[in-house]
Design a protein around this ligand. Structure first.
Ligand code: MG
Ligand code: MG
Length: 237
């Protein structure tokens, strides 16, 4: 899983370098697909329940599961979340980043990106044997709501291993001390999805793209995290 995580990280950093005004999300997809193959890995998303691509690319008010397209041109001031999964020898890695397009990002949007990434690391900091899923959710939610943003409820993190989505679900909200207890050897994907406005989302007619109901901006960061004897080991860093 460390190897799969390393592939995902390498692909995401390569794609980050291709995010610029005028690029399309199909350009990002092409770069990612070629690199996953060069690294001897398999894409985890392509064909998953019929998803057509190796990346999810979700622009601005799109929350998750946007489909790369040559019609989707990135503009100065946009943000784009890039989510990638890879399989190495049957084991999965899964991570996401949200990247600003160009230099002229609205201050509230800069704050949204920072709060979302910070909330991911707060969730990771809560991971250790004996901690609960609620400890993770409460840590994420606390950071997000302190900034006046909201946590998406309809999508959550997940266990990961020889399948991309395994038990348990890992919500980005909850009560400290509640829920399943973590044990060394478990691996989970923690992935806060954070809206600038209200938490409600809906899915577009393509059957995949989730957007904020109120049209507000949304950000997404994700890591695959192993529970160790002493705490957490991020496998996609
Ligand atoms: Mg993901
Ligand atoms: Mg995931």
């Amino acid at each position: 899983m460390r190897r799969a995580g390393k592939v995902v990280r390498e692909v995401l950093e390569l794609v980050r370098g291709h995010v610029k005004p005028g690029a399309t999300t199909a350009d990002l997809e092409r770069v990612a697909e070629a690199r996953i193959s060069e690294l001897g890995a398999k894409p985890a998303f392509k064909g998953y329940h019929g998803f057509p691509c190796v990346l999810c690319t979700s622009i601005n008010q799109e929350v998750v599961h946007g489909i790369p397209s040559k019609k989707r041109v990135l503009k100065e001031g946009d943000i784009v979340s890039v989510d990638c999964g890879a399989i190495v020898d049957g084991y999965y890695g899964d991570a996401a980043i949200t990247v600003p397009v160009g230099e002229k990002i609205a201050p509230d949007t800069v704050r949204l990106l920072a709060a979302t990434e910070k909330s991911l690391y707060a969730g990771i900091a809560a991971v250790k044997p004996g901690a609960t899923l609620g400890d993770i959710g409460a840590a994420v939610q606390g950071v997000v709501e302190a900034e006046g943003f909201s946590v998406v409820r309809d999508f959550v993190g997940h266990g990961i291993g020889s399948h991309m989505h395994e038990d348990p679900q890992v919500p980005n909200f909850g009560e400290a001390g509640s829920g399943m207890r973590l044990k060394a050897g478990m691996v989970i994907a923690i992935e806060p999805m954070v809206n600038a406005g209200k938490p409600d989302v809906r899915v577009l007619r393509d059957g995949w793209t989730a957007v904020t109901n109120d049209g507000s901006m949304s950000a997404h960061f994700e890591h695959t995290v192993a529970v160790t004897d002493t705490g957490a080991k991020v496998l996609t860093e």
